[in-house]
Design a protein around this ligand. Structure first.
Ligand code: KG4
Ligand code: ZN
Length: 358
C-alpha cells in the first residue's frame, strides 16, 4: 500500500511517501527552527501560520521526490495528536480534504506511536515483546508492547520532558535553541563527573521520570557559582562545558537506569530508543550497553527519523490501515491523545498529585 504521511504536530511540516509501511520513497521535512530560534522556543501561533504556508508545497515535493502522482496514493496517514492544536489542525484538515477529494481512506495517527514505528523503517522487524523509550521535546515515556499495536505505559515524566530539559538548560546557559544538539556538542569537551546533579525519586515509588528538579539544580548551581549566561557569539568556558557534560550525564543515567530496571522486570526481546533526544550519542551508547548486558538488540531510528518526520506517521498509519481501521471525516485534532491501550487502569492511578524527592 502506498501511503502519504503528513506530520505537523509541532514545528516541523513534513510529508512522506512510504510503501507497505517499510520502504521510504520520499521524506521531506521543513523545520521552523530558524523562525522560532529568536524566541528561545516554539511560538504556537507562528508555528500554525507557517504550517499553513508550507504544507501544500511540502506534499508536492514529497510526491515529486517519490516519483509518484496523487492518483497513485492509496491512503493518507496524518498526525492527530498529541501536539499544538493550531499546528495539528493544519495537517488534519489538509489530510481530510485531500482524502475526500481523492476518495481514498485516511487515518489519524498518535504522534508517539509514530516515533515507536520510526525504527521499523530502517531496522529488522522488531522482536516482540519490546520496550520503547520515547524521548523528545514533548514526551518522555517508557512503553512495554507485548505485541504490535499494544502499549502499556510503564514510566512517564511527571513534569518536563527530557528534550525540554535540554532546551531549558541551554537557554539558561545562553547556548541557543534547540538545546539538545548544542549541549551535546559542548558536553563532548566537558567533564561529565565535574558536578553531581541530583536524580529525582518519585515519592509514590512509581518508576517515573522527573526533570524539573534537575533544571532547578542547574539554575541554583549557576547562581551559587555566579556563572552568567553567554552573550551572543561568546565561546563557552570550560566551566560551562563541564555543566553541559554533567547535566547530559544525569539525564542519560536517569533514563537508562529506569529503562534497564524495567527491562529486567518485563523481559522484552528487544529495546527501542526513539524521539528527538535519541539523536544524542551518549544516550545511544548507554542504551547499547543495556542491550549488551541484557543480551537483546537495541533499535534506534537514524537521525533523520529521530526528530519529527512524516515517514514514521505513514509507517504507523500503514499498520492501522492494514488492520482495517479508518478515520471518519468528523475526526479532529486531539491535543491530549494517549497511547496506552493495555492495562490502562494502572496508568490512570498515576495521575494523582505527587511529591518529589531530590
Ligand atoms: O522528536 P522531536 O523532533 O520533537 C518532539 O516531538 O518534541 O524532538 C525535539 C527535541 C528537542 O527538545 C531537542 O532539544 C531534542 O529533541 N534533541 C536532542 C538532541 N537532538 C535533538 N536532545 C539531546 N541530544 C541531542 N543530540
Ligand atoms: Zn516528536
Amino acid at each position: 500500500m502506498l501511503v502519504l504521511g503528513i506530520e505537523s504536530s509541532c514545528d516541523e511540516t513534513a510529508a512522506a511517501v512510504v510503501l507497505d509501511g517499510r520502504e521510504i520513497l520520499s521524506s521531506v521535512i521543513s523545520s521552523q527552527i530558524e523562525i522560532h530560534k529568536k524566541w528561545g522556543g516554539v511560538v504556537p501561533e507562528i508555528a500554525s501560520r507557517e504550517h499553513l504556508v508550507k504544507i501544500d508545497p511540502i506534499v508536492d515535493e514529497a510526491l515529486e521526490k517519490a516519483d509518484v502522482q496523487l492518483k497513485d496514493i492509496e491512503a493518507i496517514a496524518v498526525t492527530q495528536g498529541p501536539g499544538l492544536v493550531g499546528s495539528l489542525l493544519i495537517g488534519v484538515c489538509y489530510a481530510k480534504a485531500l482524502a475526500f477529494g481523492l476518495d481514498i481512506p485516511f487515518i489519524g495517527v498518535n504522534h508517539i506511536e509514530g516515533h515507536f514505528f520510526s525504527v521499523e523503517l530502517e531496522n529488522p522487524p522488531t522482536e516482540y515483546p519490546t520496550m520503547a523509550l520515547i524521548v523528545s521535546g514533548g514526551h518522555t515515556n517508557l512503553f512495554y508492547a507485548p505485541e504490535r499495536g499494544k502499549y502499556k505505559l510503564v514510566s512517564r515524566t511527571r513534569d518536563d520532558a527530557a528534550g525540554e530539559a535540554f532546551d531549558k538548560v541551554s537557554k539558561m546557559l545562553g547556548l541557543g535553541y534547540p538545546g539538545g544538539p548544542i549541549i551535546e556538542k559542548y558536553a563532548k569537551e566537558g567533564n561529565p563527573k565535574a558536578i553531581k546533579f541530583p536524580i529525582a525519586k518519585i515519592s509514590d515509588g512509581r518508576p517515573d521520570f522527573s526533570f524539573s528538579g534537575l533544571k532547578t539544580a542547574v539554575m541554583r548551581y549557576l547562581r551559587e557559582n555566579e556563572i552568567e549566561s553567554l552573550k551572543e557569539n561568546e565561546e563557552p568556558t570550560q566551566e560551562i562545558k563541564d555543566i553541559c557534560a554533567s547535566f547530559q550525564r544525569t539525564v542519560v543515567v536517569s533514563l537508562i537506569r529506569t529503562m534497564e530496571k524495567q527491562a529486567i522486570e518485563f523481559k522484552p526481546k528487544s529495546l527501542i530508543v526513539a524521539g528527538g533526544v535519541a539523536c544524542n550519542q551518549a544516550l545511544r551508547d548507554a542504551s547499547e550497553k543495556v542491550g549488551k548486558r541484557l543480551n537483546i538488540p537495541v533499535y534506534f531510528p537514524s537521525k533523520h527519523l529521530s526528530t519529527d518526520n512524516a515517514a514514521m506517521i505513514a509507517a504507523a498509519g500503514n499498520f492501522h490501515l492494514e488492520n482495517g481501521e479508518r478515520s471518519e471525516l468528523d475526526m479532529t485534532a486531539d491535543v491530549t491523545m494517549r497511547l496506552q491501550n493495555f492495562e490502562v487502569e494502572e496508568a490512570e492511578l498515576r495521575r494523582k498529585k505527587v511529591r518529589y524527592r531530590l
